[in-house]
Write a protein that binds this ligand. Structure first.
Ligand code: ARG
Length: 563
């Protein structure tokens, strides 16, 4: 049941016939201060039609309104304020949650439309960075949130498996590399070569020519280059998969940059046909001055294609393959200009659907205030972060709950969940500093805190013997319960807002608030005391457990029943 609808229903019979249901609904406001009721109806706009002062109108309407469904209806100046009957509304909300917990909060904003989400997309032969972690978990959570409002997300890992960096890597490997060394510890070794290359090419610019030549060989299908590329790629993927397994994240496609190699000629041809390509110092560019952007570099002097060329091919491929309603790119804020260029070139090509391409940027993670950088070798290794988090979680669990049966599994869910939650609770554009001890704390606004609130609810239900709660009367008169129930009632709006703003933090903040409200309720009201509202209280506990679990799932975080 929709409580706003109750207000509309109460108003229809007393307002002039000229007002439609929709018009009435649009006029109804939600007062910021709950002292002014749950809903308010302003009377200003009736003044002209009724030739009366708004205050007068409010006074005349009030006695005609059927108040039986409300706690009270009062006038405040030109407003009629409605206070919902908390017991009745509360029971209806609890009923709705418990009837179909898995679908509670769902809606149909998306009509099933396809939404490719370009996410994670780490670079081969480099360690996956904290930035890629952000892209992975934000993208995954957006996919969950969009599913809940009935879009059909397609999670695409646009692997960085092509580009001039491979030329550098091959050049470096040929100069200093050894097969055994790479086999023993692939990514760290390749990373070491890469860092060394960047140090040495400062003094020896000839190295860059060597790298360019190797990349050209790769683009031309040279056997040795191709073999090295495949080897680097498969070793890297193995390690990336380990991290995705830990996070519990799956992809629908691993079509990375290399996948578009044979699809770029067509793009270049289209650009030529539309007269968009210009020559500039031997390179081919698309001028974007009218967008106030730098020219997009499509082909280098030596004919090598670029990152944006591959992204053009990918965008067109995704439109053809998925006929998307929106196409998202969860990529760091520092690539803002790239995505502006991408959209502008597509626009110039006459593709109106470029308006449905959205870059979903996010801020930087720093450590001790310092920017992380692969080139300088200052990086946080994601796998270490996750494993350290699991260890920290295990320590806390061993202290609090030494007899927990499946503590390995729970430590993993709590440790990994803590890292993921910490990332998502920050508005995505904010930069933040990474401090592992803070991330895994059980108190404060952390993932474990929310997981703990959920586990507490489950423990209450276990103590109560897990009763069947479906046909229970769900009316709760205890005023302490209202705040929690009201929060439960907001879940659908929260998910829709998160979906519209592409902002998982909206869900994370909601989960924290609901946990706080529930803990407060638990501190003030004896839930298991034997009285005639005990069963109703248990329905509230069950609903809190269900919604916290659902909210955590939207973030990609597990909710253990015990911890
Ligand atoms: N591999 C790139 C990087 O690590 C991110 C790719 C993002 N996706 C895209 N379609 N450009 O910077």
């Amino acid at each position: 049941m929709n409580s706003k609808q109750q207000v509309v229903d109460a108003l229809i019979p007393v307002l002039p016939d000229t007002m439609t249901k929709d018009e009435i609904e649009m006029k109804i406001e939600r007062p910021k201060d709950s002292d002014n009721g749950d809903y308010a109806f302003p009377t200003f706009f009736l003044a002209k039609e009724l030739h009366k002062a708004p205050q007068m109108i409010a006074q005349e309407l009030l006695p005609q309104i059927d108040q039986s469904n409300f706690e009270q209806v009062v006038i405040a100046g030109p407003y009629i304020n409605f206070f919902l009957d908390k017991v009745q509304v509360g029971a209806a909300i609890l009923d709705e949650v418990l009837t179909d917990p898995a679908n509670y909060g769902s809606s149909d904003l998306g009509n099933g439309g396809n939404v490719p989400i370009d996410m994670s997309s780490p670079n081969i032969a480099k360690p996956m960075s904290m930035g890629h972690l952000r892209s992975t978990v934000i993208g995954n959570s957006l996919a969950n949130i969009l599913t809940k409002v009935n879009y059909n997300p397609i999670k695409i890992n646009h692997l960085g498996d092509w580009g001039t960096q491979f030329g550098k890597l091959m050049a470096a490997y040929k100069m200093w590399g050894s097969e055994e060394e790479v086999k023993a510890d692939p990514i760290n070794t390749l990373q070491k070569y890469y860092v060394r290359f960047h140090q040495e090419d400062k003094e020896n610019p000839a190295l860059d020519d060597d790298a360019r030549a190797w990349f050209k060989k790769l683009e031309d299908g040279d056997e040795e280059a191709t073999h090295l590329w495949e080897w680097f790629r498969s070793e890297s993927l193995k390690l990336f998969m380990k991290i995705y397994d830990l996070l519990g994240i799956e992809f629908d496609s691993f079509n990375g940059e290399a996948f578009y190699n044979d699809k770029m000629d067509e793009v270049v041809k289209m650009l030529e046909d539309k007269n968009l390509l210009q020559e500039s110092k031997g390179a081919e560019i698309v001028d974007l001055e009218k967008y106030d952007l730098n020219p997009a570099l499509i082909k280098k002097t030596d004919g090598a294609t670029l990152y944006i060329t591959r992204d053009l091919a990918a965008a067109i491929y995704r439109k053809r393959t998925y006929n998307f309603v929106q196409s998202l790119y969860v990529v760091g804020n520092e690539q803002q200009n790239h995505f502006k260029q991408l959209k502008a070139v597509l626009k110039e090509m006459g593709f109106d659907w470029s308006d449905n391409i959205h870059h979903i940027p996010f801020g930087l993670i720093t450590q001790g205030g310092r920017k992380l950088s692969t080139r300088e070798g200052h990086i946080i290794l994601l796998e270490n972060v996750l494993n350290d988090a699991i260890e920290l979680a295990r320590k806390q669990i061993d202290e609090k709950n030494p007899d927990l049966p499946n503590d390995d599994e729970v430590a993993k869910e709590v440790g990994v969940g803590a890292v993921v939650f910490h990332d998502l609770k920050n508005e995505r554009l904010n930069n933040f500093d990474f401090d592992l001890a803070e991330v895994v704390r059980f108190e404060g606004e952390t993932g474990p805190y929310v997981q703990y609130a959920h586990a507490r609810a489950e423990s209450i239900l276990r103590k109560a013997g897990k009763p069947d709660l479906n046909d229970v009367n769900k009316s709760i008169t205890d005023p302490n319960a209202w705040k929690v129930i009201k929060a439960l009632g907001q879940y659908k709006d929260i998910i829709q807002r998160a979906a519209r703003e592409y902002e998982p933090s909206v869900v994370a903040k909601y989960a924290i608030q609901l946990s706080k409200d529930f803990n407060q309720y638990y501190a003030h009201s004896k839930i298991l005391v034997e009285d005639n509202e005990k069963m109703a209280r248990l329905t509230l506990v069950q609903a809190v457990s269900d919604v916290l679990k659902s909210a955590l799932a939207l973030l990609g975080v597990k909710a253990p029943d015990e911890m």
